[in-house]
Design a protein around this ligand. Structure first.
Ligand SMILES: NC(=O)c1ccc[n+]([C@@H]2O[C@H](COP(=O)([O-])OP(=O)(O)OC[C@H]3O[C@@H](n4cnc5c(N)ncnc54)[C@H](OP(=O)(O)O)[C@@H]3O)[C@@H](O)[C@H]2O)c1
Length: 275
């Protein structure tokens, strides 16, 4: 089997910010397919894209057509519908030679505030989003362990990212930008995530990965750094205090580390935004 044909990859949410960056990264190397939800001519004419609405369509139909050996879940949409879709994906994984890479979030630890979190820490969340990610993670952790990679991701930045676009728009409109001075977090870029996932596929890695920068930043300082990069205008900030004390929302690797060239620092994240 040639290298090119080694895997058939299906990206759920391939029209999204991270999913689309992944599609572009993996397409030259693997037989890559993707789903989109919002009607869009570009994807309609691409035979490798399937329109899929998690609330209305059964993912099993697409799985039976594509027969993926790797599924990457980079979806948004109704939480209950996503849970059901991942139940169906789990059934497929159990009965086929297929692995799932699930994009989870640092929010699975958002009920803990005093320390950064590591891969084996018990998840606990006080948000609906965090609860939902934990529910899917727990379902996936019951599958054969070599068939699942759970990627816990912090805030993602990039030139195409909705967050940076929003900051630019707020600056343009002279509207306030929200900053959270109490939050200490780590960060990453869509580009680094695509490199990390490519490596996880090539090396057949599995388990839980914490894919944040190796250093931590204060939310307010980091956003101000971004503002400094994208504009010379004076920004208006709205400080939001969720607690009196500093609060960590950071996922650091300890047990399942990727090689050095796949790690990232917050300075590198800012450098990528300059490009
Ligand atoms: N961005 C971050 O900072 C971040 C951080 C941690 C974890 N994550 C996780 O990474 C994943 C991707 O995030 P993202 O920021 O790339 O999201 P995004 O840009 O909003 O993309 C979401 C994708 O899901 C699709 N989608 C939305 N509603 C859907 C529905 N009802 N049915 C089927 N598909 C639907 C979208 O399709 P259309 O665009 O075609 O409608 C798009 O392809 C998510 O699971 C998110 O929880 C993201």
């Amino acid at each position: 089997m040639s290298f090119l044909n080694k895997h058939t990859v299906l990206i759920l949410g391939a029209s999204g910010f991270i999913g689309n960056a992944l599609y572009k990264e993996l397409c030259p190397y693997f037989n890559t397919f993707g789903t989109y939800n919002t009607s869009n001519k570009e994807f309609e004419y691409n035979q490798h894209f399937f329109q899929y609405n998690v609330e209305e369509d059964d993912i099993y139909t697409i799985l039976e057509v594509v027969k993926p050996s790797i599924i990457i879940s980079a979806l948004r949409g109704d939480f209950s519908a996503q849970v059901i879709a991942h139940q169906h994906i789990s059934e497929y994984i159990k009965t086929h030679q297929c692995k799932l890479i699930f994009l989870s979030s640092s929010n699975v630890f958002d009920a803990y505030s005093k320390y950064p979190s590591y891969e084996l820490d018990k998840t606990l969340s006080e948000s609906i989003y965090g609860h939902f990610k934990i529910k899917i993670e727990n379902m996936l952790l019951r599958l054969p362990k070599m068939k699942v990679a759970i990627l816990r991701i912090p805030m993602v930045f990039g030139n195409q990212c909705p967050r940076v676009k929003e900051i630019k728009q707020l600056l343009f409109n002279k509207e306030p930008i929200e900053i959270f001075p109490n939050i200490i977090m780590n960060v990453t870029t869509d580009y680094k995530i695509t490199q990390q996932i490519h490596y996880i596929i090539n090396r057949n890695k599995y388990g839980v990965f914490h894919l944040g920068s190796i250093d931590l930043v204060h939310h307010d300082e980091f956003i101000k750094d971004i503002v400094g990069l994208v504009s010379n205008n004076n920004a208006i900030y709205k400080q939001v205090f969720t607690t009196n004390q500093d609060r960590y929302l950071a996922v650091l690797p300890k047990y399942n580390k990727l090689p050095k060239h796949l790690q990232i620092t917050s300075t590198k994240v800012l450098e990528e935004l300059k490009k």
